[in-house]
Design a protein. Sequence first.
Length: 315
Amino acid sequence: MARTLAVLMDPIATIAPKKDSTLAMLLEAQRRGWQLRYCTQGDLAIRAGEAWARLAALTVRDDPHRWFELEAAQWTPLAQMDAVLARKDPPFDSQFLYDTMVLELAQRDGALIVNDPRGLRDANEKLFTQHFAQCCAPTLVARDRAELRRFVAEHGQVVLKPLDGMGGRGIFRSHHNDPNLNSILETLTQNGHAFALAQKYLPEIASGDKRILLIDGEPVPYALARIPQGDDFRGNLAAGGRGEGRPLSERDRWIAAQVGPELKRRGMIFVGLDVIGDWLTEINVTSPTCIRELDAQFGLTIAGSLFDCIESKLA
């Protein structure tokens, strides 16, 4: 009997198919004979203590103009799925928090959830790096603006960001003489009511913000360096950065070895590490990307390695 895979994602009609990692995963599963099912956040429910979803049969194609077809959706217990890909983009808001609780019920009843719902709740993409402070540049997380200003004065050039952003949105580069610093801190902390993250500015960003992909704790041997363009200091592809593949350095492998075992222990099967120079800056667990870019540059099949892992766990 064919295995079944459900994917919880943002609307599939809105993705950029040429670079979408979730589509790469779905294409690989379909190639292996899996039956695909699709849902968005609005399709989840709990009935009598069981996780249900309004699932639509899905067919995918590697076609930039017509990459999917959906059949009529039907309410189905999620535990009937062999595996569920939880691939909603950040931010990790209260509604996605509740989604993980629904997914945890499906996990209890036998479905393999990628990534583990408890791990998704616990591993904030900015904060979780601080479990591995030996890998990180100087960092401060605080609501107090005076404490954040002290950090800026200590380190001179800094990067300031919210804890729930993605794609480079809401990130500021600032310095201790910046006349806009108070305004930036007021905005990021919502006048002292929200955490903001301050990190020493790393000039190595000019050479790229490397995305290192881990599958069950083990690194793919190449990283995608996302290189800032023009006057923008951000390397994020969504912010206009250019992607350039590179073999992992010894330091990259050391960082992966520090982080990977703990991520594996927490059921984080597919994760993206962000590394600038020699320093870990983020751990992406909700919907890490860059599969298609690395596949194209190095002749890899990263989704194939991922599904080898998933199928071994199901076996």
